[in-house]
Design a protein around this ligand. Sequence first.
Ligand code: SF4
Length: 324
Amino acid sequence: MSLNAICRKVLDGRPLAEPDIRYIVSLPADRLDELLVCAHTIRTAMFGSKVSLCAIINAKSGTCSENCSFCAQSGHHGGKSPEYPLLPASDIATAAATAKGNGITRFGIVASGKLVGDRDMVGFTEAVKRVAALGMAPDLSPGILKPAQLKALKKAGLKGYHHNLETSASFFPQMCTTHEYAEDVAAVRAGVEAGLYVCSGGIFGIGESWDDRVELALLLKELGVQSVPINFLHPIQGTPLEDREPLAPEEALKLVALYRFLLPDRALRICGGRLTVFGQSRKAELLGSGANGLMVGDYLTIKGGSVTNDLEEIDHAGLLPETE
Ligand code: SF4
């Protein structure tokens, strides 16, 4: 077995076997560059030189009923995040128009909380209509949506449903105890069945093992999600993970490359924690690790970088932002 042979397997559309995956996971640090070259080759074969860009708005923040250990918005921790109810649809549309001015075509409306009540459904529906009217793809990350809600929002113009599984089923109980992993899996499955573009991924560096990372990727593949956001822990004061060291950049690059091998034809979107792990000076390296998507602008509860800077980095890497 060799890395090139495993890469060839992926390019030929053949599934990886367990020993192939073990081989990648156990590659030593001095072979990281080789792994990244293979991951970039797969990415280029699947997506050419295009980079999919999206932006989000934190449309409803804080006081969440859930206790996810990494999250500043949980009402269970002392993390300091802003607290406000769902923003008016006009404010959401204004933020989307700004993103559109930067050439961004996917716009995510993100809200804290587990379930969506009737009042917020009215607000989400109006916001989705307004973002769609701008000629953008409205995505929604509102927690768990019921099938009837998914159907109604799709009718209003919703293109994408975002709901992260965050980690593996095995590790989930160490990260969250206020709901069952199966509820999140069912929500993702319902989004896929509703015919929406489903974006579901995880957060890394929260104490999970490489086995957990592989388990999550294989489940996402089986569920048929089209886009996989990759978040890196940004330790937030007041949360149970406030003292955890962020991932080393090399481990983060290896993770993205592994996900490219495991999910060759799915969009891999680098989202929160990019600056925490890589800083300004190294964040462009992610574009050569197999990722083909970036969240630009601000993240949920932490500041992001400048969109102009991201677009320059994409250009320097010889890549092109996707425009539709
Ligand atoms: S990750 Fe989502 S569900 Fe979990 S505490 Fe934060 S806002 Fe709530």
